[in-house]
Design a protein around this ligand. Structure first.
Ligand code: E4P
Length: 215
């Protein structure tokens, strides 16, 4: 089967998630502690509400920085819904926790990935998703897309099945580039999702068709 590029929304805002889900092509959701804090809501109940709206993978991030703390937070988060994916940072303890959880069959999203060896290590540990942050690399004058390409090549060279989830997407061109290099998933802020079906020539062309039809 030819794989398809999956589209996640990167937000913890319920209205945005509902509106994106209404498009009929939303595959999942990613959240992070900053996005949850922005909503000013209880973390677990917000995740439960999101999981009722979207049946695909919903990433919930731990805030512990040690292995045991990550595992006990993950255990609590996994009780929320069956589509919760545990999001862990690309640190040494995160890697160990990824291995522990993946060995138990838990889906893990390894976040804050900024270099290809982090992606290789988490794939070896059985991560379900790896999240390279391309916008944040661009922000400091680097080339975020180069990282996505490098991870794609490494994963293809060795048949790693971890999905590349391109994150920190800033604009529609990032998404085009992700699709061209074969990113498995992109997680996209609502503002960029809203731009994905827009083109001024579509609007002016449609207006002209309707004007001609009505003559
Ligand atoms: C991904 O899972 C992160 O939540 C997100 O994409 C980070 O994006 P930002 O760099 O715009 O904060």
């Amino acid at each position: 089967m030819i794989p398809r590029m999956e589209l996640y929304i990167d937000t913890a805002n319920i209205d945005e998630i509902r509106e994106a889900a209404d498009l009929g092509v939303l595959d999942g959701v990613t959240t992070n502690p900053s996005l949850i804090a922005r909503e000013g809501v209880d973390f677990h109940s917000q995740m439960a509400e999101i999981c009722e709206i979207v049946s695909g993978p919903v990433s919930a991030e731990v805030v512990s920085i040690d292995h045991d703390g990550m595992i006990s937070e993950a255990d609590a988060l996994l009780k929320i819904a069956s589509n919760i994916v545990i999001k862990l940072p690309c640190t040494v303890d995160g890697l160990k926790a990824c291995k522990t959880l993946s060995d138990r069959g838990v889906k893990v999203n390894m976040t804050l990935c900024f270099q290809p060896l982090q992606a290789m290590m988490v794939a070896k540990a059985g991560a379900f998703l790896v999240s390279p942050f391309l916008g944040r690399i661009d922000d400091i004058g680097g080339d975020g897309m180069e990282l996505i390409q490098q991870i794609r090549t490494i994963y293809d060279n060795y048949g790693y099945t971890t999905k590349i989830l391109s994150a920190s997407i800033r604009h529609p061109l990032h998404l085009v580039q992700c699709a061209l290099v074969g990113s498995d998933v992109a997680t996209v802020p609502f503002k960029v999702i809203s731009q994905m079906m827009k083109h001024p020539l579509t609007d002016s062309g449609l207006a002209a068709f309707l004007a001609d039809w009505n003559k």
